[in-house]
Design a protein around this ligand. Structure first.
Ligand code: PMP
Length: 435
């Protein structure tokens, strides 16, 4: 089994200087029994190398962005070039136009785009824009959908905070939380009731159209269509948070995903993006219909700005990443490897009588320890966290790195190979047997 003395030592040091020893709470091992997280030193392709020299197959993939594997040569070259050309100008560049064009071509509901630095910023700004446009204040969101750490969307936010047993965050005024209505995902009646009660005050309905924050969860047939119809009927805007789902399942957004035949019926007014579109560097973007986006400064009254926004390094990495994803067959390959892996996981779980609910959407999947389907946050909460923690550690000790949370997905990349999958299957077989 793998030893990690250096990680433990560094964690001790980190605790003295960095709050909780981590720069994002999801990196802590609190939800899987505590102790030192693994300190990584380098990564290449589908593999991590920690400070003790151990190798891991990576399914965390930095919570989504690393879809081409680590240090992909095409992306590395783009970042190097950007660094040599100067990292930040505070002026417009031609690169920004290119990435905006690529996003618009892939996501037709975006007439206009604005780049920001994170998914949090992108989502936060879509809400401001929706409020400016509708001149209303409230938003409706779905329990367990995580939309970043800005005030409004940290109400019943699931994945981040709830993993740590904090349903909401301290420091958010009740007056702000009272502008947010939370309803269960995949429950169109719940949404309908909320809109009947508060509809006239609702600026937007915010949703992860394909959920990535309490497992990978597809909307039930008709859910998005009805969501869009009811929201528009109430005079509110539909905001899709595609920070995880954008470019995850195919080259495009949920709106253009093959699982939804009627594209028109599920078209959002605003879309928030992040993660993959930055190729591993910090980025966010939001966009939507022209008339709505023209609320944004300098054209309109809704203010949003950013010193680092659209910086050449992030934009170059994003362009390069999307170029890799345009290569034929990349999504099909991730899909095929994920099928192989989830089939084997299910067989091993069955062999040892361990209930496991697997939701796979192309090259991403969640595996919840429970004997019921997971279609909403309540069902995701009602899964065995202790069993997950044991599985997580048994996998880690065999060199397979998952996110330290029972809610998070496994992500495949274009860099994972058959051999990675076979090693992972063997590790999972041993883990499930040992548990
Ligand atoms: N929206 C969704 C759907 C996310 O999954 C996340 C991050 N996990 C965010 C927004 C926030 O993005 P960031 O961490 O880049 O601020």
């Amino acid at each position: 089994s793998i030893q990690r003395p250096r990680s433990e030592q560094l964690y001790g040091e980190a605790l003295q200087h960095i709050v909780g020893g981590v720069n994002s709470p999801s990196r802590s091992f609190k939800a899987v029994g505590g102790g030192a997280p693994v300190f990584m030193k380098s990564a290449k392709g589908a593999h991590f190398y920690d400070v003790d020299g151990n190798r891991y197959i990576d399914y965390l993939c930095a919570y989504g962005p690393i879809i081409t594997g680590h240090a992909h040569p095409h992306i590395t070259a783009a970042i190097t070039q950007a660094a040599e050309n100067g990292t930040l100008y505070g002026t417009p560049t031609e690169l920004e136009i290119e990435l905006a064009r690529m996003l618009k071509a892939a996501i037709p509901s975006m007439d206009k785009v604005r780049f920001v630095n994170s998914g949090t910023e992108a989502v936060m700004t879509t809400i401001r824009v929706a409020r400016a446009y509708t001149k209303r204040n409230k938003i409706i969101k779905f329990a367990g959908c995580y939309h970043g750490h800005s005030d409004l969307v940290l109400v019943a936010a699931g994945s981040g905070p709830s993993t740590l047993g904090i349903p909401d965050s301290a420091g958010i005024p009740v007056s702000i939380a009272s502008e947010v209505i939370t309803v269960p995902f995949n429950d169109i009646n719940g949404l309908q009731l909320a809109l009947e009660r508060w509809g006239d005050d609702v600026a937007a309905v915010m949703v992860e159209p394909i959920v990535g924050n309490f497992g990978m969860v597809m909307p039930k047939p008709g859910f998005l269509e009805e969501l869009c119809r009811l929201t528009r009927q109430a005079g509110a805007l539909v905001i899709y948070d595609e920070v995880i789902s954008g470019f995850r399942f195919h080259y495009g957004s949920s709106q253009t995903y093959g699982a939804f035949p009627d594209k028109q019926a599920i078209e959002p007014d605003l879309t928030a993006l992040g993660k993959i579109i930055g190729g591993g560097l910090p980025i966010g973007a939001y966009g939507g219909r022209k008339a709505i986006m023209e609320q944004v400064a300098p054209l309109g009254p809704a203010y949003q700005a950013g010193t680092m926004a659209g910086n050449p390094a992030s934009i170059s990495a994003g362009i390069a990443c999307l170029e890799v994803l345009q290569e034929p067959g990349v999504y099909e390959r991730m899909d095929a490897l994920a099928v192989q892996l989830t089939d084997a996981l299910r067989q091993s779980a069955d062999r040892y009588g361990i209930p496991l609910a697997i939701n796979r959407i192309r090259g991403s999947f969640s595996a919840h320890f429970c004997d019921h389907p997971v279609t909403n946050y309540d069902e995701a909460q009602d899964t065995d966290g202790e069993q997950f923690a044991r599985f997580f550690r048994l996998m880690l000790d065999q060199g397979v790195c998952l996110a330290p949370s029972k809610y998070e997905a496994w992500f495949l990349t274009t860099a994972h190979t058959e051999s990675d999958i076979e090693q992972t299957i063997a590790a999972a077989e041993y883990a499930l047997k040992t548990m």
